[in-house]
Design a protein around this ligand. Structure first.
Ligand code: PGA
Length: 248
């Protein structure tokens, strides 16, 4: 088992230039925990400044278009992210699947575009609350995996983020047993499709991760790190999650 822990901040639509100092503080603190890979995905507008302020650190986008260029007003191509210094892109976040009607096929195309541009990809999946309550969460997420994970990639460059929609920004989290069951099912589906390469793919948990619950959630079976929203916006909240990951 050679998977390194991976803790990723998703700043969503938060952050003006003044927030670059928080990113610098996060990356500086993360240097003390070199066993953990740390990335921050700020709004597009901050990527260039963050890369300049934290050279060599992993900075990413929160979305990309599947096309390489063209008449897509307001969109950003994966190669543009790479050109601005990003090394990572999140695709298929539930806020995009729901709010922008992105299908599994759309997410797969975005993942392929990110990989083709040389980026690492974090591909998000996760069930809504009614699906969890009806007992169908694993089937739902495995269908998302089947429909949105591309073929023929370097397994080190594609991570899955399991983010139950009802846990995002709510303070609610699944039980450790439910997290382990879901991550085990995802690993099983990846192994069935990709064989031994699936052992190198990281599966992150996301949804209300904070400094208090990180050890428990990240310590669950087949959990290789966290995708963090609200608690990634300041060093004071994010660094304890990195520290927790370093102890595992
Ligand atoms: P949260 O968001 O940590 O604020 O729940 C996680 C995410 O949406 O990636």
């Amino acid at each position: 088992m050679t998977r390194r822990k991976y803790v990723v901040g998703n700043w969503k639509m938060n952050g003006l230039s003044a927030a670059i100092g928080e990113a610098q503080a996060i990356f500086a603190a993360a240097d003390d925990h070199a066993v953990v890979d740390v990335a921050i995905c700020p709004p597009f507008t901050l990527i260039g400044a963050m890369v300049a302020a934290a050279p060599g650190k992993a900075v990413g986008g929160q979305d990309c278009h599947s096309a390489t260029s063209g008449a897509f007003t307001g969109s950003v191509a994966a190669a543009m992210l790479a050109d601005s210094g990003a090394s990572v892109v999140i695709v298929g976040h539930s806020e995009r699947r729901e709010g922008f009607a992105e299908s599994d096929a759309d997410v797969r195309a975005k993942a392929e575009a990110g990989l083709a541009a040389g980026l690492s990809v974090i591909l998000c999946v996760g069930e809504p609350r009614e699906v969890r309550e009806s007992g169908g969460a694993i089937d739902y997420v495995l269908a998302q995996i089947a429909g949105s994970v591309p073929e023929g990639f370097d397994p080190h460059r594609l991570a899955i983020a399991y983010e139950p929609i009802w846990a995002i920004g709510t303070g609610l989290v699944p039980t450790v047993a439910d997290v382990a069951a879901m991550h085990g099912a995802i690993r099983g589906a990846l192994t069935a499709r990709f064989g031994g390469a699936a052992e190198d793919m990281r599966i992150l948990y996301g949804g209300s991760v904070n400094g208090e619950n990180a050890v428990e959630l990240l310590g669950a079976g087949d959990v290789d790190g966290a995708l963090v929203g609200g608690a990634s916006l300041t060093a004071a909240k994010f660094v304890p999650i990195v520290e927790a990951a370093a102890t595992l």
